[in-house]
Structures are given as C-alpha cells and as structure tokens.
Design a binder for this molecule. Structure first.
Ligand SMILES: [Zn+2]
Length: 108
C-alpha cells in the first residue's frame, strides 16, 4: 500500500470568525447555569473565583502526585472528574506522557 501525504486544506477553525458578533451559549460546570458570552467558557462570572481555587488545588495535587488520573484527582480533592476534564478542554491542563500537566499561560 502506498501512503500519500494528506493535501486537504486544514479545517477552518470553528471559533474566531473575524468581525462576527457570535455569542456562545455556555453551561457553567460549577452551578450549571446557562449563560452567553463572547468566547467559549465553562465557568460563569460568579463561579470564576471558585474555578481558580479548584485549579490551584489540582495544580498543587499534581506537583505532589504527578501521575494521577482525572478520577484520582476528583476523589482526592472532591472535584468532579468532569470538572477536571473540562480544564483539559479549556486548554489549561494537558496530558503528556500519560499524566496531567499545567500548560504555561504563555502557550495558550
Ligand atoms: Zn457558575
């Protein structure tokens, strides 16, 4: 079998339509409130400080136990595994070599 390089154009980014006033409908991962915002987010304004706090705790936990999975983090910190995975979707956590890592703010 011969393999060819894939010459198809990369898919257009789904977000970032220049000049568009598109609003995203978001569901807060903490209080499940539905709200609209200019960019895709998983945390409403009321839960933002709790979100930062949870993220700091995850980061601290990962420093101590670098090979934890979402379920272990969830059980240890009382944060739902869904929330842990949402940090991945948000691009704030990364899985590399099979474990979670914080992505440097510069890389986002
Ligand atoms: Zn909320």
């Amino acid at each position: 079998m011969i393999f060819h390089a894939d010459l198809r154009k990369p898919a257009k980014p789904r977000f970032h339509v220049k000049g568009s006033l598109k609003m995203y409908t978001n569901i807060c991962k903490h209080c499940y409130k539905v709200f609209k915002s200019r960019r895709k987010t998983y945390t409403c304004s009321e839960c933002r400080s709790k979100d930062e706090e949870d993220f700091d705790r995850i980061e601290a936990y990962l420093k101590e136990y670098p090979n934890s999975n979402a379920l272990q983090i969830s059980e240890a910190l009382g944060i739902t595994a869904y929330q842990v995975l949402t940090y991945l979707n948000e691009g704030r956590l990364n899985i590399s070599r099979g474990h979670f890592e914080r992505i440097k703010d510069d890389d986002i």
